[in-house]
Every structure is written in C-alpha cells, then in structure tokens.
Write a protein that binds this ligand. Structure first.
Ligand code: ADP
Ligand code: MG
Length: 236
C-alpha cells in the first residue's frame, strides 16, 4: 500500500539546513499496524506528515496504492487525502465550539455526505465508542481519553484506508492511554492500516511492527512473531 524509496526531507531556513529524513526505504502493507519510535527530533513526525500528505519529500519516491504522491502540489495532496487518510495528534485538535457529535460529523460534511447518512454514521460511531451519552457535550467537558477517542472517531468517520497517529497517548495518563490503544487495536483488527508515532514502549507493544528512526534514518524494523503475543501481554 505504502512504498517509500530513498526518501529525503531537508528543511531550509535562512541560516540552517536540517536533513530531517535521510534515505528512508520502507514498505507498509495494507492492514499493518506500525509503531515508529526514536529520540526527539529524529524525523518521526516528518515521516508521518509525508505519509499523510501533509508535506512533500525533498527527493525520493512515495507511492500510495501504486501512485506517486511525492511531488504533488498542496491542493492535489488535499484532494488525495480526503476520505482516505485519517490523522490523530497528541493534542486532540478538536473544535471547542462544536459538540462531540458535530466534531465527528465535520469530515463527512466536507466529503458531501447527505445529512441523514451523516447522522447515522456519527450515531453508530458514538455507540461503538461508548460515547453516546456525550454526544451533545463540548470537548472541554470530557476527559482526555474521551477527547482522544472523539478525535479518533473524527479521523475514521470517513472510512479512511490509513489512520496516522502522532503520539496519540502523549497527553494521556496510563489508563486513558490504554483505552486509546485498545481502540486503535480493534480498528486495526477490522482492517484499518495504522501508522503510529510513539515514545512509549507499552504503546509500541500493541503494534505488529516497530520501526526505529535515528537521525532521519531507519535503524531497526522488527515485526512481532504473532499477533496473539500482544493479547497475552495486555490481559491483566
Ligand atoms: P520528531 O517528530 O522525531 O521529534 P521531527 O520530524 O518533528 O522530529 O523533526 C525532525 C527534524 O526536522 C528536527 O531537527 C526538527 O527541528 C526539524 N524540523 C521539523 N519540522 C521543521 C520545519 N517545518 N522547519 C524546519 N525544521 C523542521
Ligand atoms: Mg514529533
């Protein structure tokens, strides 16, 4: 699904040049659950942003479903992203002035989904996330874990093929973090491809594959033997 070849990203400001990604080669198959780890500043977010079509590489190839995405203009990236890629951030990024249900509904409005269908999809997701009783509440009235689950609902309501998450538990305590990781795991079981940046070894243990970056390069790339190993580890 995702093929990255000899990818480089250089940020240039007036006086500094930073090579954020350095000759990255990476394939990610449909249905995979990948954790990207590594020290602060090693290029994790840059890689995720390129995969999520929020940014372009400086050179190299990025193919999504066989189509080159690496040299698209911003407007083309936006239209390719629509309904195809869901993004979740550490800081939730919910709209405070909108209710939970309205936040989740927003991408469907952008996609031009008719109102009746939007309502049904949002209600189904709210039920599934056990947040129906919160639908008319505002983000600030929710716990951090609930806010992140709303953000995940918003990211997946348009049925994206890939869900990208940049430190999704970074602002959460341990039990809220676990709740979010369990939700991501169940989405992955249902077929959503997930690429997640994390600092947490525990979060990475939910993934099937862990990629370590250092100074903009992939240094290790390990796939867990069996999915069920993770299940045992989290049964407590
Ligand atoms: P990580 O997410 O692993 O902490 P980033 O991908 O955010 O790292 O950043 C990688 C490197 O690129 C860092 O040195 C960072 O300072 C630099 N960088 C990231 N974004 C920009 C930008 N928009 N402009 C200039 N430098 C940037
Ligand atoms: Mg980052």
């Amino acid at each position: 699904m995702i093929q990255i070849k000899q990818l480089n990203k250089v940020f240039r400001t007036s006086d500094v040049e930073t090579q954020a990604l350095n000759n990255v080669n990476l394939d990610i198959a449909k249905g995979d659950f990948v954790a990207i780890m590594g020290p602060s500043g090693c290029g994790k977010s840059t890689l995720l942003n390129i995969i999520g079509l929020l940014d372009n590489p400086t050179s190299g190839n990025y193919l999504l479903d066989g189509i080159e995405m690496g040299s698209l203009k911003e407007s083309q990236r936006t239209s390719q992203r629509k309904g195809r890629i869901g993004f979740v951030f550490q800081s939730f990024n919910l709209i405070d002035e909108l209710t939970v249900a309205e936040n989740i509904e927003l991408p469907l409005t952008y996609l031009g989904v008719p109102k009746k269908e939007r309502r049904i999809k949002v209600d189904n997701l709210l039920q599934r996330l056990n947040l129906s009783h919160r639908s008319r509440h505002y983000p600030q009235q929710l716990s951090g874990g609930q806010q992140q689950r709303v953000a995940i609902a918003r990211a997946i309501v348009g049925d994206p093929v890939i869900l990208l998450a940049d430190e999704p538990t970074g602002n959460l305590d341990s039990s809220n973090g676990r709740e979010v990781m369990e939700l991501l795991t169940s989405l992955n079981r249902e077929g959503t491809t997930i690429v997640m940046v994390t600092h947490s070894q525990r979060d990475a243990s939910y993934a099937r594959r862990t990629i370590n970056l250092f100074d903009g390069s992939v240094v290790t790339d390990e796939t867990a033997e069996r999915d069920t190993v993770n299940d045992d580890r989290h049964e407590m």
